[in-house]
Design a protein around this ligand. Structure first.
Ligand code: SF4
Length: 376
């Protein structure tokens, strides 16, 4: 039995220090705390995100941010419009949304104030809000990312017991795309030893190809604090022979080692090529002040994305994140700096990044990005 607790909050729009280079968001919004889909790999039950006293209540007690729309209306007045991720520590289209409609109301405020949106969900209830998503798409940018990790019902019973089946999610993707809204798949997390076989990778990637706009490959499932406790309990109960394998792969770490990530990423990359689907979300591009600064900033973040994907190390391209952040903060046009030969005066821009920026501004392309995206 799920209990709903209505609460008032002081803030709902959270600004991130660094832009995300997977979903392109600068802000996050979570209209609920807790999630009825109760996935057994969910990392929102780790202490750093959790508001529940006991992590086992995460899917039994849902906090409903009753005043979030009023609070958001005030916050957007002071914030610069930028990409908002509706997801993170809860699913915005879990069953509670049918009753409370907070996600819908949040989207209405975002549409009205020209904030672009990325939605992360497993719920086909998102189709209810097609009208607003269309409006956001037309005004700025909108992308809906559905998690699909396998089509194996026996495994989903253990890992995603209460989420709508992946076939429904895939149909929702097709519907959204047929209405002109970008939608794709988060193949996240690729659960080690259960979902990382060539067969499962190929089944997911081949089935979503031609139907989804992209498939993001998330090979680095975390195992930390409560999430680790719960996941290991699941293994002990249902898959005892896997316990040892996990201890060997993770040891005391929160992530599998980079060598493992590289192996899975490479296999998935080849399958994406084989089936002709992107393994990334193309950066948003829409009219905004200093648009070219954002185009350059996003280019650097995309290069970082591919470097991180190839090395299995999320910190391998940190210089690109820093430079990109400083470019977004410029209060002058980057092309003006380029014409004056001052690109290397931007903090964090060393020789290699300078050359990348200059090539892009001169020729509208990047050989660095092409190389990072290219054959592997
Ligand atoms: S849908 Fe997302 S937030 Fe909800 S339980 Fe599953 S992983 Fe966690």
């Amino acid at each position: 039995m799920v209990k709903f607790v209505e609460i008032n909050v002081k803030s709902v729009l959270t600004r991130q220090r660094f832009r995300d280079n997977w979903f392109w968001n600068r802000y996050t919004i979570n209209p609920y705390r807790g999630c009825q889909f109760a996935c057994n790999y969910c990392d929102a039950i780790t202490e750093k995100y959790l508001v529940h006293e006991d992590y086992r209540d995460f899917s039994r007690v849902i906090y409903v941010k009753k005043n979030c729309v009023e609070v958001l209306k005030k916050q957007v007045r002071k914030a610069k419009p930028d990409v908002v991720a509706l997801s993170g520590v809860t699913d915005p289209y879990q069953p509670a949304e049918k009753k409370y409609e907070l996600t819908r109301k949040v989207l209405e405020v975002l549409a009205e104030n020209s904030f672009p949106v990325n939605i992360g969900t497993k719920g086909d209830l998102v189709l209810r809000d097609m009208d607003i998503l269309k409006e956001i798409s037309e005004k700025t940018w909108c992308s809906v990312s559905f998690t699909i990790i396998t089509f194996n019902r026996d495994l989903l019973r253990h890992f995603e017991p209460y989420a709508p089946p992946p076939e429904k999610r895939l149909k929702a993707i097709e519907k959204l795309r047929s209405e002109g809204i970008e939608a794709g798949v988060n193949f996240i997390p690729i659960i080690p030893f259960f979902l990382d076989s060539k067969e499962n990778l190929e089944e997911v990637i081949s089935k979503v190809s031609g139907r989804a706009g992209y498939v993001l490959i998330g090979s680095g499932m975390t195992l930390r604090s409560n999430q680790r406790i719960r996941f290991m309990e699941l293994l002990k109960r249902n898959f005892p022979s896997y316990v040892e394998k996990y201890l060997k792969l993770y040891g005391d770490r929160e992530h599998p080692p980079p060598s493992y990530l590289v192996k899975i990423n490479r296999e998935a990359y080849r399958l994406c090529k084989k089936y002709g689907i992107k393994n990334y979300i193309p950066p948003p591009s829409y009219p905004r002040p200093f648009k070219e600064n954002f185009d350059v900033s996003f280019l650097l973040l995309q290069i970082a994305f591919f470097k991180e994907f190839r090395t299995g190390n999320p910190y391998s391209a940190w210089a690109y994140h820093r430079a990109s952040e400083n470019i977004e903060r410029l209060n002058t046009d980057i092309r003006k700096l380029y014409m004056e030969g001052k690109i290397d005066e931007i903090p964090g821009v060393g020789e290699s990044i300078r050359k990348t920026i200059e090539e892009y501004l001169a020729e509208g392309k990047s050989s660095k990005l092409k190389k990072e995206m290219g054959e592997w």
